[in-house]
Ligand binder design. Structure first.
Ligand code: ADP
Ligand code: MG
Length: 753
């Protein structure tokens, strides 16, 4: 059985209505070890014959048998397999991949060898055989014609296919080089079928074993010149490599992709840049639009703390500390907090100014909050101590060590900062952490006065109901320290002070400025009671009758009290008026169970993870703003996708001829496609690394941290996967374009460029 048999093969070209006969009625049979010279006039059909044999052109008539198997039913995939297995093609214009080095060009044909070292060794061996050892690192474009053809021969040999087809391999070479090449071809293909098309028969005469003349598409003559010298053991050599471990198409694609990527450094660099711009662009847009995510966040009814239940009595009665403690024990709470108002989101922030900018810290206390071990300084122990938990952008204000940190003020209360911790996630709320007692103190202070004013005023009324002035006050209570018309009284003396006034028939009204209400401590007659009234403070001064104002000028009897006194007073107020408290359970699940029980037992209990529905207008505005931001984000992405697509389509020409050459070499389309995808994916790697590096830089640098919304791992995942999909789509489009044409057409088009 012959290796290759052509039976009545005919090929007709139809283009633009014209019909041209390529070859017709060709009957030929070939075997291993033959050196076949094909000659004929230009246009006689020599190339057509080789193209048909190589499977790069289809045939319309007859049948081509390979090892006895018919091929007329072959589809593209089978032809690819056929080419991969049987054919090596050597062209007149070399068709070397110019951007690849000599070594890469040969290794391209050795991709079936899985082991890298083995592949390299084999390539070097083949290059040595064609005398190219000294040029292995040279790029294809830098070689002379003869060197190119030697490389191509090495490449053809690398494939170790039984059939080598050469279409005027020396057509572009001078006669000495031509002789060398023919010599080389003969030498390397003793165990193969070699078919050489040439217009110069003399050149091949001494090597050829057979001479076929083509005329007008048909075989004119077919002479055997001498018998093949092939020995039987040489014939069996080729099968040895068949059993070796073969790499999968995917692995081949991977190798190819890497080679394509590195072979065009400028283009690859451009692509990396494009991907960097794209990915970084999406990252920046996302980070800048990130605030919009807040609009879709849940609205909690109370500051959400895992396991928190907020309770009140059903009739709105004030709950005492004892009541609360009893409830807490009864329902198995881990902890309770009586005055919990500061946990709520009613603009209850501790604020301070830094370089003209207002900074905020939310209140929290040590029972629930812990920020881990890696803190600067320590957690608070005492009443007047505070720990700050803040985004890295606050670092310039508080420094890098606890030593640097100055104390901060809340109203008139000086707070000692015991420690800080900075975080990078600027979506989190900055917090100031107190001990439970400290939390109670700031609550008392906060509850009584606006944090902007740092004194409270005690107005003293005469029994007639008129306010007296500061000099008169001095006369009434001379035992108290008065400076500049202001009385300073300490916590322990407060009762004494009030009682002295009471004994002398004066009544005191202590008013506190606060943004909700003024709470007045009244002392009328014999009945001492705390009353809770809404009061417009200015009234007190306006209503003073002129005859009581014995002095000209500003009329103000103020007394400065200490923080501890203020706390005592405010606690008295709170004890009689505060109607809400918090219980803390292990987690939200337990909190829900406890809340159900509490509700059954006549309390009003709400877990803090309960959402509430905001007003319709808020919802609608939020939705519109959210949609607009989302739309902007999408537009930015679409623009970037379009931009990347456009740029990469511009580069497609650079690959056209390379892809065609690879196909002509019998590298399966699947492998080449995988290679193209791999190449694009490699271009993505620097972009990903850069985005991560940029993110780390942005979010660890205080100045930048303020501007960009912190993104979470899943958001990076979305960006990265999005870029991946984008890259895949673009590459798919390119691949489709590249492979829509036949190999032959691509080769011609490619080499014409
Ligand atoms: P040779 O290689 O012997 O010079 P070819 O095989 O290239 O000849 O061409 C044989 C005939 O087929 C010629 O008449 C040529 O015009 C025609 N032919 C070859 N390729 C095509 C094609 N792609 N489209 C139309 N006609 C073609
Ligand atoms: Mg030709």
């Amino acid at each position: 059985m012959s290796l290759l048999t052509l039976k009545d093969i005919g090929k007709i070209y139809v283009s633009e209505g014209n019909v041209a006969v390529g070859i017709r009625g060709v009957n030929l049979s070939f075997d291993r070890g033959e050196f076949v010279a094909v000659t004929g006039k230009s246009g006689s059909g020599k190339s057509t014959l080789l193209n048909v044999i190589s499977g790069m052109d289809s045939y319309e008539e007859g049948e081509l048998f390979i090892e006895g198997q018919p091929t007329s039913h072959y589809m593209q995939k089978e032809w690819e397999e056929y080419r991969e297995k049987y054919i090596s093609f050597i062209f007149q214009d070399y068709n070397i991949i110019e951007s690849f080095t000599v070594l890469q060009n040969v290794e391209l044909s050795l991709m079936h060898i899985e082991d890298k070292k083995e592949r390299r060794a084999r390539a070097l061996e083949l290059l040595d055989r064609v005398g190219m050892t000294s040029h292995i690192r040279q790029k294809g474009s830098k070689l002379s014609g003869g060197q190119k053809q030697r490389t191509v021969i090495a490449r053809a040999l690398a494939k170790d296919s039984p059939i080598i087809l050469a279409d005027e391999p020396t057509g572009n070479l001078d006669s000495t080089t031509s002789d060398e090449i023919i010599e080389l071809l003969r030498e390397v293909s003793r165990d193969k079928l070699l078919i050489v098309v040439t217009h110069n028969f003399e050149q091949v005469e001494k090597c050829a074993t057979r001479h076929i003349r083509i005329f007008d598409g048909a075989v004119e003559s077919d002479h055997v010149i001498s018998h093949s010298e092939i020995s039987s053991d040489e014939k069996t050599v080729r099968s040895s490599s068949e059993n070796k471990k073969k790499s999968s198409d995917f692995k081949k694609g991977l190798t190819l992709g890497k080679a394509i990527f590195t072979s065009k450094p400028k283009l690859s660099f451009f692509f990396c840049l494009l991907m960097i711009i794209g990915t970084l662009g999406i990252f920046m847009v996302t980070a800048l639009c990130g605030d919009a995510a807040v609009l879709f966040e849940k609205n909690y009814m109370f500051e959400h703390i895992d396991g928190r239940v907020v309770i009140t009595t059903q009739n709105g009665e004030v709950m005492s500390e004892e009541d609360l403690k009893a409830i807490s024990e009864k329902y198995g709470a881990k902890e309770y907090l009586h005055y919990d108002i500061l946990l709520e989101d009613y603009s209850n922030y501790m604020s301070f100014e830094h370089e003209g900018e207002e900074k905020y810290l939310r209140f929290c206390y040590t029972y629930r909050e812990s920020f881990g071990e890696d803190i600067i300084g320590k957690y608070p122990q005492n009443n007047n101590e505070v720990f700050l938990y803040m985004p890295i952008s606050y670092q310039p204000m508080f420094g890098k060590s606890s030593v640097e940190i100055e104390n901060i003020y809340y109203g008139s209360m000086e707070l000692k900062v015991t420690g800080v911790k900075y975080y990078y996630d600027n979506n989190l709320t900055p917090k100031c952490l107190f001990t439970k007692e400290g939390f109670r103190t700031v609550t008392a202070l906060h509850y009584l006065f606006d944090s902007a004013s740092n004194d409270i005023r005690v107005n003293v009324f005469a029994s007639e109901g008129y306010l007296i002035n500061e000099i008169a006050l001095y006369n009434i209570v001379p035992s108290f320290d008065m400076k500049d018309g202001t009385a300073y009284i300490e916590s322990g003396e407060y009762r004494k002070f009030v009682n002295t006034l009471y004994d002398k028939n004066y009544r005191t009204q202590i008013s506190f400025t606060s943004h909700y209400y003024n709470y007045d401590y009244n002392n009328y007659g014999t009945q001492k009671a705390l009353s809770f009234t809404r009061l417009i403070e200015d009234d007190c001064i306006v209503n003073v009758p002129p005859e009581m104002n014995r002095f000209d000028g500003y009329y103000d009897g103020s007394i400065i009290v200490s923080v501890s006194l203020l706390r005592d007073i405010s606690e008295e107020v709170l004890e009689r008026s505060y109607r809400q408290a918090s219980l803390f359970f292990e987690n939200d699940k337990e909190a829900h169970a406890a809340a159900d029980k509490l509700n059954n037992d006549g309390y009003i209990a709400v877990t803090s993870d309960t959402t509430y529905t905001p007003e319709a207008t808020t919802v609608i505005i939020g939705l519109i703003v959210g949609l607009m931001v989302a739309f902007m984000w999408l537009m930015a992405i679409v623009f970037l996708a379009f931009f990347i697509g456009l740029c990469s389509n511009r580069t497609i020409g650079a690959f056209k001829s390379d892809m065609a050459i690879m196909r002509s070499m019998g590298i399966p389309v699947k492998v080449i496609k995988t290679g193209m995808y791999v190449r694009m994916l490699i271009a993505l790697i620097p972009a990903y690394i850069l985005v991560i590096a940029t993110a780390v830089l942005i979010f660890t640098t205080p100045k930048f941290n303020e501007f960009f919304t912190y993104l979470y791992a899943w958001q990076y995942a979305v960006i990265f996967i999005g870029m991946l999909i984008l890259t895949f789509r673009i590459t798919r489009g390119q691949v489709r374009k590249l492979f829509s044409e036949s190999v032959k057409k691509s080769l011609k088009g490619g080499s014409a460029e």
